[in-house]
Ligand binder design. Structure first.
Ligand code: KG4
Ligand code: ZN
Length: 359
């Protein structure tokens, strides 16, 4: 099967072609980041994002098809992120995919953006190139989400824990903003942290030691602000910046390890011999956090897998792949599909307490 995927739910306009013929493979993966448009505002401005998607989408899709050396007739379907995300952007991708599907008489699949992150590892495989089979345990950490789920199959998720306030990507972004590091914060914090002392500042490990595997990051963010206020006024010194980034990243990693430790125990109770622990979403691009989680998984006797760094942040390949997984099972969507600003992976999980959490 060969599928075109379109991603427009946040600040990347992306399109890709993937196949499972002779094994899962990416035939093209074109990502246009809107960073320059949003940077002056220190975050993603939904209206600007939607307009930028409209301007870019046709060219990005054409580029993905050309790079893959594909004719429209070779495709088996067109997939687009149908939510959750910034609705103006989601509408652009969904309408484009519907129009292509209608014009070329191809099946259309509306993909849950979170499921696209969740299944990416089945496209990329494990380190030895092996296939990741269900069930596995997923830590999904992005700009809008921080959840732990047991992935039972396509469309089958059981949420074990979620954040009760901020998502971890959001905490990275806000920490960076407080230090004047600009947007997006995650990669900048990671860069500065490399030269910093993670033990210099005493920051909290929220929820550590508590039962269950819910997360909380707002207290950590507040402590970062108080720490900055406690430093000499004026611009932060490079050494302070590096130490604070390192201390923040270490605290976040320790919190993840504590929560995921409990989640692994819960997961293995239900799925003896199941695994691996998979980390996905934009924050999964963080090498230090990946390595802390890999050590935890090793200690617990569970395998570990993560998509390659470039497939952690938003891209079209993950959407195309999720679409392909659905098409293989005969799932398609009607052309009257309505974009969904909220779309939880586990609809039976209790609603998250914090209004900013999208699922
Ligand atoms: O998955 P994603 O591209 O978009 C959403 O679906 O939210 O994730 C974006 C988030 C941002 O908060 C960004 O700061 C964070 O992922 N991020 C990182 C890193 N790269 C991206 N966080 C920590 N370390 C990184 N290297
Ligand atoms: Zn994402």
């Amino acid at each position: 099967m060969i599928v075109l995927g379109i991603e427009t739910s946040c600040d990347e306009t992306a399109a890709a072609v993937v196949t499972d013929d002779g094994g899962a493979r990416i035939l093209s993966n074109v990502v246009l980041s809107q960073l320059d448009e949003h940077r002056p505002y220190g975050g993603v401005v939904p209206e600007i994002a939607a307009r930028a998607h409209v301007e870019a989408i046709d060219g990005i899709v054409a580029e993905a098809m050309t790079e893959a050396n594909m004719s429209w007739d070779s495709l088996d379907g067109v997939a687009a992120t149908g939510g959750p995300g910034l609705i103006g952007g989601v509408m652009v991708g969904v309408m484009t995919a519907k129009a292509l599907a209608y014009a070329r008489d191809l099946p259309f699949v509306a993909v849950n953006h979170l499921e696209a992150h969740a299944l990416t590892v089945r496209l990329s495989g494990d380190e030895a190139g092996g296939e990741i089979a269900f069930p596995y345990l997923l830590l999904l950490v992005s700009g809008g989400h921080c959840q732990i789920l047991s992935v039972e199959g396509v469309s089958q998720y059981h949420r074990l824990g979620t954040t009760i306030d901020d998502a971890l990507g959001e905490a990275f972004d806000k920490t960076a903003k407080m230090m004047g590091l600009g947007y997006p914060g995650g990669p900048a914090v990671e860069r500065w942290a490399r030269n910093g002392n993670p033990a210099r500042f005493d920051l909290p490990r929220p929820m550590k030691g508590r039962p269950g595997c819910d997360f909380s990051f707002s207290g950590l963010k507040t402590k970062v602000r108080q720490t900055i206020e406690g430093l000499p006024p004026g611009e932060l010194q490079d050494g302070d910046m590096a130490d604070l980034c390192a201390s923040f990243q270490q605290a976040a990693g320790d919190a993840l390890v504590d929560r995921c430790g409990n989640a692994i125990d819960m997961f293995l109770d239900d799925h003896p011999g199941g695994g691996p622990l998979v980390v996905a979403g934009g924050v999964a691009a963080n090498v230090a956090l990946r390595s802390q989680l890999e050590t935890l998984a090793d200690d617990k006797g569970l395998g570990f897998a993560a998509p390659p760094i470039e497939l952690c942040t938003d891209n079209g390949a993950m959407v195309a792949w999720a679409g392909l997984e659905h098409l293989r099972l005969g799932h398609t969507d009607n052309l009257n599909f309505k974009p969904r600003p909220r779309w939880p992976l586990d609809p039976d999980a209790p609603k998250a307490a914090f209004a900013g959490v999208k699922a």
